[in-house]
Design a binder for this molecule. Structure first.
Ligand code: PEP
Length: 253
């Protein structure tokens, strides 16, 4: 039985002061996190230390970063290593988000290098995959996403794969207010689980969480989360308000 994972991708929002405020809102919410839901927040790098301090006494909300480098240290201006994320108590790291692929030159190869480095250093990757509107209209969405998943997992063993997370995020649904229909989401999630089963077998595939991302909000979360292969959400906009984030968590439970 897979626990739901509701993850907030804060993107380039919330410096340290705002991070403290938002996390206090989450901690003081009237809604408590149901047992079958894991909650995760991914603030910007500069806010991770404040977030780690804020979440210390609050079991139940895990901390993640939005990117990491695949080398240990050295002359990589502007980058952050897995060890650094370990030091500030990150358990997860978002990798291959479409915004990083589009604006910062992230490729299937760099995503794969980061996935392997993260897994070997006790960070669970949330690997983002998804097609553009053009690719969907051309009927290429399954092929594109299959290739992204396979590329990200190249050289990852079945044992290493335990605990990693895939986020299916159709690019046309991110930040647009447009969501995939529950059927579209289920079709893609099932296909992704089949790809993972081909790589690692049904048992491992059955334990891997596949999140949906793309304008998930309290009003549409229930129908998306009720699909059999949708194991949670990677949430951008709606994770920036404690109320809507906690509402989605409640709905998942
Ligand atoms: C995201 O950035 O991962 C995302 C899904 O954003 P939004 O929920 O705002 O569409």
């Amino acid at each position: 039985m897979r626990n739901y994972l509701i993850a907030g991708n804060w993107k380039m929002n919330c410096g340290p002061a705002e991070t403290q405020k938002l996390l206090r809102g989450i901690k003081n919410s009237d809604i408590s996190i149901p047992e079958r839901v894991d909650a995760l927040v991914c603030p910007p790098m500069i806010s991770l230390t404040v977030a780690a301090n804020e979440l210390q006494e609050e079991a139940g909300v895990a901390l993640g970063a939005q990117n990491v480098h695949f080398e240990d240290n050295g002359a990589y201006t502007g980058e952050v290593s897995t060890q650094m994320l370990n030091e500030v108590y990150c358990e997860y790291v978002i990798l291959g988000h479409s915004e990083r692929r589009e604006y910062f030159g992230e490729t299937d190869q760099t995503v794969n290098a980061k996935v392997k480095k993260s897994l070997s250093d006790d960070l669970l990757p949330v690997i983002c995959v998804g097609e553009s509107l053009k690719q969907r209209k051309a009927g290429e969405h399954q092929l594109i996403v299959r290739k992204q998943v396979e590329a990200a997992l190249t050289g990852v063993s079945e044992d290493q794969a335990a605990g990693l997370v895939i986020a299916y995020e159709p690019i046309w649904a991110i930040g647009t207010g447009e969501t995939a229909t529950p059927d579209q989401a289920q079709e893609m999630h099932k296909m992704i689980r089949d790809v993972i089963a081909n790589l690692y077998g049904n048992d491992r595939a059955g334990g891997i969480r596949i999140l949906y991302g793309g304008s998930m909000k309290p009003h549409n979360a229930e129908e998306l989360l009720s699909q059999p292969d949708v194991d949670g959400g990677l949430i951008g906009g709606a994770s920036l308000q404690a109320d809507s984030f906690m509402e989605i968590i409640q709905i998942a439970g």
